[in-house]
Design a protein around this ligand. Structure first.
Ligand SMILES: [Zn+2]
Length: 145
């Protein structure tokens, strides 16, 4: 499998926007049983100036979202685990600006990638998938929070 070359400009924007990621387990209730069916992988970034604005029309925020989206769209081709049972769904949350208490209430933009699997072979599958995702992001210098 070919490794895509990392665009140096995108790479420097990742640093400028302080991009990081976090993941949230997605559960499904079936037959009274709660089971893990996927992850939401959230990419978050913010532009340096004007840290606490909340303006959905901000063009800089739009640039941040474009970069996050570009990275998010590469993930499905990268984290595959050699199987085709994964379903990826990218949501750009196009009109929302976050305010993150963890970052001193600074405004940020997020893009989510939902990864679902149609079948899982147990605990190691989920761990392996997260490892793949982590490896992909760390090549871009994007850390998990
Ligand atoms: Zn902005």
């Amino acid at each position: 499998m070919a490794t895509p070359t990392l665009n140096p400009r995108v790479q420097s924007l990742v640093t400028e926007y302080g991009v990081f990621w976090q993941s949230w387990p997605q559960f499904e209730q079936r037959h009274g049983e709660r089971r893990l069916v996927g992850f939401e992988v959230e990419l978050i970034g913010s532009h340096p100036s004007d840290l606490s604005h909340l303006d959905p029309g901000c063009s800089k925020c739009r640039n941040v979202r474009t970069v996050l989206l570009m990275i998010a769209n590469l993930l499905p081709g990268e984290a595959r685990l050699g199987e085709d049972c994964l379903i990826y769904d990218v949501d750009s949350h196009s009109n929302s600006i976050l305010r993150l208490p963890a970052l001193g209430n600074r405004s940020a933009v997020s893009v989510s990638v939902y990864v679902y699997w149609s079948r899982s072979n147990g605990q190691s599958f989920e761990t392996d998938l997260l490892t793949e995702i982590k490896t992909f992001f760390s090549r871009w210098g994007i850390h998990q929070r």
